[in-house]
Structures are given as C-alpha cells and as structure tokens.
Write a protein that binds this ligand. Sequence first.
Ligand code: PMV
Length: 347
Amino acid sequence: NTIENGSFTWSSPSNIALVKYWGKKEHQIPENPSISFTLDNCKTTTALSFSKKENQEEFSFEVFLDGEKKDDFKPKIKTFFKRVEAYLPFLKTYHFKIETSNTFPHSSGIASSASGMSALALCLMSIEKELSSDVSEVDFIQKASFLARLGSGSACRSLEGDLVVWGKHTEIKGSSDLFGVKYPYEVHENFKNYRDTILLVDKGEKQVSSTVGHNLMHGHPFAQERFKQANNNLSEIISILKKGDLDKFIAVVESEALTLHAMMMTSMPYFILMKPNTLEIINKIWAYRKQTGSKVCFTLDAGANVHVLFPDAETKNVLEFIQNELVVFCQKGQYINDKIGFGAKQS
Ligand code: PMV
C-alpha cells in the first residue's frame, strides 16, 4: 500500500498515577509496575497531516501548539521519532505537520507529555494501519501504547481507561513492561466516577526534568526497597479496588505520593519539587478528613501541584471545602475539576 498524503486526529487524556513510576532501565523499561486513573477533561488533541516527500534520508516535520509554530518542541519529537523508527518504517517517507492543543492552560505545570505523546502515537498508528491493513483493534492500542512509552513512559497509560497498569506484575494478568494494559479485575462502585481536582500551586518550569529524576534512581541508596514497595502497593491496590476500602486506598495513595518526593529529596543531587503551598494544602486535607470523616486524599506528580482525589458521592462537600480553604493556595486561584475517564478518541 502507498498513500500520498492524509491526516488523522486523536484526543488523548492525561493520567494520574496511584502507584508511581519513578526509575527506569534502558529503552524506557520501568523499574517497577505502576497503576493510574485515566483523566477525562485534561487532554491533548493532535492532528497529524502527512505528505510524501522526495528526500527519504531524514525526518521532516513541523509542530504547532494552538496554531503557533513551536520549534522548541522539535528536539523531543525528533528523539521520539528516532526511538520509534524501527517500528514505523514509513517515518522518513513523509513530511509531517503536527498540530496540537491542550484543554488545560500550557505551562500550568500539568504534564502534557502523557496526553501529547499518546495522541501523537495514536496518529502514527492510524497511518500504520492504513498502510498495512492487518492491524487488529487490540494490536492497534497495544502498539500505540508501546510507541507512546518510547515518547514518555507514563504516556503508555493514557490510551484506555479507567485504570491502566504498566509494568510486569505477577498478580496482574497480561501486564507488561512494554505497554499499558487496562486493569483487568473487579473495581468496587466506590471508585465509579472518582474525582480529581487539580490545584495549580506552581505553574513555573520544573527545575528538574523527569528524565533527570528517573536517572537519579540509578545508584540511589533506597532504590531497591522503593521498587519492592511499589510492587507490594500494587498487590494491595488489587484488593482495595475490589473491596472498595477507601481508608486503605488513602493510605497507599498518599504514601506513594510522599515516597515519590522522598526519593527526590534523598537522591544525589537532591531536589525538592513541592512548594510551601503544597504542604499547606496537604495539612488542610488531613485536618478536613479528621473533622468530617471525609475520604478525600491527595496525590502528587513530579511537581508542586496537588491532585485532590475523592469519591463522586462527596463531590458537593469537597468542592465547597476546596473553594473555601484550598483555592487561596493556588496560583491565581486556578484549579481544574476532573474525573476518571475512559481513554483516547479518534475524531
Ligand atoms: O512519564 P515520565 O517519564 O514523565 O515520568 C513521570 C513519572 C511520574 O509522573 C512522576 C509518576 C507516574 O507514574 O506518572
């Protein structure tokens, strides 16, 4: 099959890890398995247009964010193209125009790499499918996740919903280090429509990229224990999700968030991504829980923003609490209400 030109568009959501991925081996292989909630409102939409070109010696592409040319995105995409070239033989035969936009404000400190890389991987897979028609639905998603992983590790968890596991775990059937898989077991209705309100504490550029952070896990004094702990926490999450035990859920999720940041604080060189307001928010959440018996909890990514997680049934009360007590700690009072979502969509 040959195709002269065309265009594909995919929207792909962000995700928030419950058990964190921090530390990787060569070729974006995670040191430990992780599990995440797929989000719903926070997404990237990417249109990939392609046209046959003469010179087939090198990659050729241009990138636009919200209609504006973004040359500073090119190195990251070039690295991605180099990594996936072996799996997408057409990459050098086309010129690509990548037009992308996010539903969340850019430079909000919300990582767009998971949603962005998964959307791009899906667009590329759509071309691959046109060229070789024997790609099944399962193969399509699996390979797209495989490719997304090579762009940004956590991106491989953004294609499906509502819970995705990435990394080999003995108790999770079908799990793999190479791609994310939809969580295959029973999930209690307590977790249905689970909410995530993202408090934008600091919108500045991260001082330490996640690539550097992952690498600092090599030779880290606590690394091996941490990887074991993540494995155990994932085992525990299986029964928590089945039974709907929200107290145990809170304990695992908050411990995972603080452990992630503890790894950063104890690496060499050490660094701190939390801000004073991150801690203010955490303390307020703990106090509110004690006062009210609420099952609200927090988690963190590699940054200062706080993800406030809570059951759907508590939405009214927790949103009031956020409005009354937490918004003052957000930059310009900004936050994003989101909930568990079901993955990427073609448009
Ligand atoms: O996907 P990366 O390489 O940017 O790593 C991100 C890792 C964390 O967001 C901190 C945790 C996770 O599992 O998503």
